[in-house]
Design a protein around this ligand. Structure first.
Ligand SMILES: [Fe+2]
Ligand SMILES: [Fe+2]
Length: 285
């Protein structure tokens, strides 16, 4: 049986990054083909007028469904795992409220998936959100899950809501809008508690924000989410502001995401050059 190692221990020496990278989250072979896409259109943003739009949206919705289950499990664990000294009772009450929201999101996203013609289990998923939710430190759970991952949920739901708007699909648009309102609240809980719990402990706050940055980078998925039109998912600045992110923090996420996009583009270009070189060598013999 696999030995369970809390995610903050893995993050400390970079193993978390390697683990999730090896798990295919940043596999440059997957997802978009940025350069060839670009030659045909000016934007890669997920939109109904693209030929593969429905598969992209279905896959995203399936990922949301799985993420909602993990967010529900994670918030539930935080209510149970800690004494009131380790995590204040009022924080646990917030997490209990979050469980209620996430349970509703599981139902909404399962039904939306069905509505979009997807079978549950049709797409491969990972369990990184749950692993981040298993940290031994409640503060790291707030930083990694509520701020980094649910911050990403804000970006994804905003993009999906716009997708529903453009496609003229009120079911998708309203469902995403309702879930988005809850996620802004969950991220705000993370922002408020992170500040409250580290009011007199700048070192602890610094470590938590560092962990958040690691998770943010991992979940940039090679630039799938950024402010560039080359990314399928945008960065929802206004909703992040409402969720307690400062302008500087939003700029930081934007920068990490954009760097990730450029790194992936460079990796793809290198892979193409290597393949070209290998092919040329074969044909020369
Ligand atoms: Fe949710
Ligand atoms: Fe949430």
């Amino acid at each position: 049986m696999r030995k369970f190692i809390p995610v903050d221990e893995l993050a400390r020496d970079g193993r978390f990054e390697k683990l999730t990278m090896a798990g295919g989250m940043a596999d440059a072979r997957g997802g978009r083909n940025a350069s060839s896409d670009q030659s045909r259109r000016s934007s890669n943003r997920i939109s109904p007028n693209r030929p593969n739009a429905s598969d992209g949206a279905r896959s995203l919705m399936h990922g949301i469904f799985v993420g909602e289950i993990q967010a529900l499990e994670g918030a539930g664990r935080t209510c149970w795992d800690f004494t009131d000294d380790e995590a204040p009772f009022a924080l646990k009450l917030d997490m209990a409220r979050q469980c209620w929201d996430e349970a509703r999101h599981v139902e909404i996203s399962a039904r939306l998936s069905d509505y979009m013609g997807t079978e549950i289990g049709e797409f491969a998923e990972n369990t990184v959100l749950f692993e981040a939710a298993c940290s031994r430190d409640p503060l790291l759970r707030l930083a990694g899950v509520n701020r980094a991952l649910e911050g990403l949920a804000i970006d994804v739901f905003t993009t999906m809501k716009e997708f529903g708007e453009t496609a003229g699909d009120p079911v998708l648009r309203f469902s995403e809008d309702w879930m988005l309102a809850d996620e802004v609240t969950h991220v705000k809980m993370g922002s408020d508690w992170l500040r409250r719990l580290t009011d007199n402990d700048p070192e602890r706050r610094k470590n938590a924000l560092e962990f958040q940055r690691v998770v943010d980078k991992l979940f940039s998925f090679g630039g799938t989410r950024s402010e560039s039109e080359e990314s399928p998912i945008g960065l929802a600045r206004r909703f992040r502001e409402l969720a307690g992110f400062t302008e500087q923090e939003i700029d930081d996420v934007a920068e990490v995401s954009l760097n990730s996009l450029h790194e992936t583009a460079a990796e793809r270009a290198k892979s193409r050059d290597d393949a070209r070189g290998a092919f040329a060598e074969t044909t020369n013999h």
